[in-house]
Design a protein around this ligand. Structure first.
Ligand code: SF4
Ligand code: SF4
Ligand code: FES
Length: 264
């Protein structure tokens, strides 16, 4: 259990207006927060955290680290939904925590916060994303230039069919939420996963890219797109409203076409 830490005004001779955090704490509004501590083996530790308006789950974790236990390990960078580093499991579901409001996810005054699933735990709330990113390499989900730096930059029309096909998919911020939500990743350690395959799909449609045949072979092989069972957990939970399921379905069609043409 932790206590409420008040903030004092630094304006000489004046009292500042109480913050929403102070008002909520003064009114006794607190959350019962359980946070995973340790590695694969560990336990949940309970904290009582003051609630305030527009509070995010990342605010809760930060409050605990600053006011209750400075050894708490977690990861974040931008706080505005751009870097993808803050994802955690909140009340059983993977989410980006900097854009997840407590009011939308708290259940009976309680929050349970754990590291992302389907990844080893480094410590506390920090998951090890090494395999997640290695699989991007295995899927050849990396741009292979067809021109050199001495050639003029190739313009892609926003109205082209290829660009429209990948319009949403290119917004991925590599947060790992879809990977943590995917049953197939859980069952099959070789499965490349929704994020890597989604990125591969954007490149399959990139007319500037020179690595198409090798990429299709990579995503059509063992652990590739055919392992996806299309249940859409990834699409349901992606914070950027991307559908990796749709991207993977596109890869399945493209791989089949290449096979029929004798290209695979
Ligand atoms: S597809 Fe969505 S959930 Fe998956 S890594 Fe990208 S942004 Fe995150
Ligand atoms: S639709 Fe495919 S990639 Fe998405 S969660 Fe299900 S098995 Fe995983
Ligand atoms: S901290 Fe960057 S997306 Fe949440």
């Amino acid at each position: 259990m932790v206590g409420y830490v008040s903030r004092r005004s630094h304006v000489t001779g004046k009292e500042s207006m109480p913050s929403s955090e102070q008002r909520a704490a003064a009114a006794g509004q607190t959350a019962d927060v359980l946070i995973w501590r340790g590695r694969e083996e560990g336990r949940y530790q309970r904290f009582t955290v003051p609630l305030f308006e527009s509070q995010t789950v990342l605010d809760i974790v930060t409050w605990v680290q600053r006011n209750a236990d400075p050894t708490l390990a977690y990861r974040f960078a931008c706080r505005v939904g751009m870097c993808g580093s803050c994802a955690m499991t909140v009340n059983g579901r993977p989410r980006w925590t900097c854009r997840t409001h407590v009011a939308n996810v708290i259940e009976d005054g309680r929050l349970e916060i754990a590291p992302l699933a389907n990844m080893p735990v480094i410590r506390d709330l920090a998951a090890d994303m090494t395999r997640f990113f290695e699989k991007w390499q295995e899927a050849k989900a990396r741009f292979e230039p067809s021109r050199t730096r001495h050639d003029p930059v190739e313009a892609i029309s926003p109205a082209s069919a290829e660009r429209i096909t990948i319009e949403e998919a290119i917004e991925c911020i590599n947060c790992g939420v879809c990977y943590a939500a995917c049953d197939t990743v859980r069952w099959d350690g070789d499965y490349l996963g929704p994020a890597a395959l989604n990125r591969a799909w954007t490149l399959v449609n990139d007319v500037r890219d020179a690595g198409q045949t090798g990429r299709l072979a990579a995503v059509a092989g063992k652990g590739g797109c055919q392992s996806c069972h299309s249940h859409q957990s990834c699409a349901d939970l992606c914070p950027k409203a991307i559908s990796p399921t749709a991207s993977i379905a596109g890869l399945k069609r493209r791989a089949m076409l290449a096979y029929l043409k004798g290209e695979l």
